[in-house]
Design a protein around this ligand. Structure first.
Ligand code: ADP
Ligand code: ASP
Ligand code: MG
Length: 439
């Protein structure tokens, strides 16, 4: 049995957390490959080391003195080293980092040092070998991730290892330039290591007891999901359930390796199993609810639009030409509506509107801002009648105006559009009707 274990920032924020992690790893000899994040927040107003590094590097780039900020970062690590009674010194590493910051080695290089240094401490603490992710996680010249080369490098490097620490979040190009994944990317590294060593299980340890039915920052004490499929998870992650990076699913899914989300602070909890398929019936009609705020909808109206061949393509092309990705697109007979992220759309709105006018000569274009999209996801919905009805009645009961409702063709999810101010209440109302009200 081989397990890859990834620990998130809050699991490694202090020496005390490191000790919990050490106990978890030592409790099971199959936990041989460890992927650490950078130290996260120790308390809610604390700053993640990754953010401290970004801030410090900004000073370096603008030619300001960054020594104090770098010292504060060093102090975070020193506290962990001292708390664990280790004798290693990071002086040499920090001299190199200072030099490279002064030489403007790049924002990604700066951020990557968070996991790099944490990996060194973790390897020392566990007595495992340290493998710099720059040697085994490969990005192409254009900055895109190179999955094939990475898999070869990782498999080769790890094939005889009896215990290794591979820091998460970064890798390098062939010319040794450091590149990071997007935020939360240590989850991806864990998944890549699991694929390369053909692990039996990828354990992803965080600060909640699994993937919860709704965001715990919105719903109080939501229940954890016992088993969820990759497909369901993808829908939820895409729609903002941020517990696992959405790109972390692909590598393990390809190899049929399940992911187990676990809680470092409650290791006895079984957490959530993420699997390819399951015959286990979900406990509720829905598996989970997730949502994202900050959308704009653009509704294009034209009489007889449906019979105009190429109409949708022409409209969509305008978005493509302006490099705007489309999030959602419900349509009617004479209207089509396009949902896009407000922050991407805002600067280009006038170009897009005039582009649509030129392309299809519509009767009317209407914009609506400050919208939120909520996904209600569940493999059990297919077999249950009246799900959309329950959604409508729950939201109506909570006095929430539904701007849009759209059932995906997979029958795995229903997307609901609401106004920004109704966003949290809508999620609470949906949780209540599907989880707390037993019908
Ligand atoms: P880590 O630092 O371990 O990678 P993250 O902060 O990336 O952890 O993810 C865990 C956090 O995700 C939780 O603390 C929680 O606040 C948030 N979260 C949002 N939606 C959900 C959900 N549906 N289930 C569990 N956690 C969620
Ligand atoms: N430390 C990085 C971040 O804060 C990566 C991660 O935690 O997964 O985004
Ligand atoms: Mg994370």
């Amino acid at each position: 049995m081989k397990k890859v274990v990834k620990f998130g920032g809050s699991s490694l924020a202090s020496a005390e957390q490191f000790q919990k992690v050490g106990n978890i790893i030592h409790a099971d000899a199959s936990r041989k490959y460890v992927v650490p994040s950078a130290p996260g927040k120790r308390f809610s107003s604390d700053t993640k080391v990754t953010d401290m590094l970004y801030g410090c590097y900004e000073l370096a780039v603008s030619g300001e003195d960054f020594t104090q900020k770098l010292e504060a970062i060093k102090a975070r690590y020193q506290q962990i080293i001292d708390g664990l009674s280790l004798t290693i010194s990071l002086d040499g590493e920090f001299e190199t980092i200072y030099k490279n910051f002064s030489g403007k080695a790049g924002r990604d290089y700066a951020a990557s040092r968070g996991e790099y240094l944490n990996g060194i401490i973790m390897a020392e603490y566990l007595g495992f070998e340290f493998i710099d992710a720059a040697l085994v996680i490969r990005f192409r010249e254009d900055g895109t991730f190179d999955d094939e080369t990475t898999n070869e490098l990782l498999a080769e490097r790890l094939k005889d290892s009896c215990g290794a620490v591979i820091p998460g979040f970064y890798g390098s190009k062939e010319d040794e330039t450091i590149v990071t994944f997007s935020r939360g990317g240590s989850d991806i590294t864990g998944s890549l290591v699991a694929l390369a060593v053909k692990a039996d299980l990828y354990e992803n340890w965080t600060d909640v007891s699994g993937f919860l039915i709704a965001d715990p920052r919105i719903v109080k004490n939501p229940k954890a999901i016992e088993t969820i499929t990759y497909k369901e998870l993808r829908e939820l992650s895409y729609m903002g359930a941020s517990v696992l990076h959405e790109d972390a699913i692909f590598p393990v899914r390809k190899a049929g390796i399940p992911i187990n989300i676990r809680n470092t602070n409650a290791p006895e909890d079984e957490g959530t199993m993420i699997v390819e398929g399951t015959c286990r019936k979900p406990k509720y009609t829905i598996t989970g609810i997730a949502g994202t705020d900050g959308f704009v909808s653009i509704t294009v109206e034209k009489a007889m639009m449906n019979s105009e061949i190429g109409f949708c393509r022409k409209v969509l092309q305008v978005f493509e030409e302006n490099n705007i990705s489309i999030e959602h697109m419900p349509s009617g007979i004479d209207t089509m509506t396009i949902f896009v992220h407000k922050d991407v759309f805002e600067d280009k709105e006038q170009q897009v509107i005039s582009g649509i006018h030129k392309a299809v000569n519509p009767d009317h274009i209407e914009l609506e801002t400050d919208l939120a999209l909520i996904a209600v996801v569940g493999r059990g919905m297919k077999a249950t009648r009246g799900t959309a009805g329950r959604i409508f009645s729950a939201l109506a009961h909570a006095h929430i105006n539904v701007k849009m409702i759209d059932q995906g063709s997979s029958e795995l999810n229903i997307i609901i559009g609401v106004r920004h101010e109704d966003f949290k209440n809508a999620i609470r109302a949906l949780y209540e009707i599907f989880v707390e009200t037993l019908i």
